[in-house]
Design a protein around this ligand. Structure first.
Ligand SMILES: Nc1ncnc2c1ncn2[C@@H]1O[C@H](COP(=O)(O)OP(=O)(O)OP(=O)(O)O)[C@@H](O)[C@H]1O
Length: 223
């Protein structure tokens, strides 16, 4: 059984076709990089796989279940309970401390504050962020903030982590450090990862790369 799968997915924004029959199947625990030119449909595919967008045609499956036919409410519960997300930058809640940001998915899942913070704390050691627990996002470097976002994406041990250009705002060395930590943490807990990037060095961290062109996944390259 695949962990995350799109079958012949089509989606248009008004007159603009973003996906024209995109199919991709990701195995449990696999790390797949989605590459391709600007505007080819990478983010749209990621949003469909993550149950954020609903395709006009085709199917999305997670863990053996079709998810594109679920109600908006059930998809949002699925996203909250089973998925983690990391975006390009600026996605931390600025009013919260770093440790509160990491704990957020647990708090949203109903874990009590003290227990959630206790689970959040080991991530600071693991991601080389020790000592920064009480800082707010404005007091973190780009690389630190992105590692906090990564911890937040993984803290609830999601079945799948969806990352859209997670290193896009970082210099290449910092980006590689974030990727190193993303890959090792995801492997440690067996999280399936779908990662959109246009950077070949970032994609090289994945087990497999797929290329989106003109709204189709039309090339497979072994990493
Ligand atoms: N919310 C939207 N409304 C209208 N058109 C959209 C929207 N989102 C994406 N599109 C269009 O759909 C197509 C695919 O966009 P998408 O963002 O998926 O591409 P991408 O490969 O992720 O691009 P990039 O690498 O530049 O981020 C593009 O033509 C884009 O302009």
């Amino acid at each position: 059984m695949t962990a995350v799968e799109a079958r012949d997915v089509k989606l248009s924004f008004g007159e603009t076709p973003a996906l024209r029959g995109a199919s991709v199947a990701v195995e449990p625990g696999e790390i797949v990089a989605v590459m391709g030119p600007s505007g080819s449909g990478k983010s749209t595919l990621l949003h469909c796989l993550a149950g954020i967008l609903v395709p006009d045609a085709g199917e999305i499956h997670f863990d053996g279940h079709r998810i594109d036919t679920l109600s908006e409410h059930r998809r949002s519960v699925l996203r909250r309970d089973r998925f983690g997300f990391v975006f390009q930058s600026g996605q931390l809640v600025p009013e919260l401390t770093a440790e509160e940001n990491v704990a957020l998915p647990l708090l949203l899942n109903g874990v009590k504050r003290a227990a959630a913070l206790k689970e959040a704390r080991p991530w600071f050691e693991r991601l080389d962020l020790a000592g920064l627990e009480r800082r707010r996002s404005g007091e973190l470097s780009g690389g630190q903030a992105q590692r906090v976002a990564l911890a937040r994406g993984l803290v609830a041990r999601p079945g799948a982590l969806f990352a859209d250009e997670p290193t896009g705002a970082l210099d290449s060395l910092t980006g590689e450090q974030v990727m190193d930590l993303l890959v090792s943490s995801a492997r440690e807990q067996g999280t399936t990862v779908v990662l959109v990037t246009h950077d070949a060095r970032v994609a090289a961290y994945a087990d497999r790369q797929v290329i989106v062109r003109d709204g189709k996944v039309n090339a497979l390259v072994s990493a």
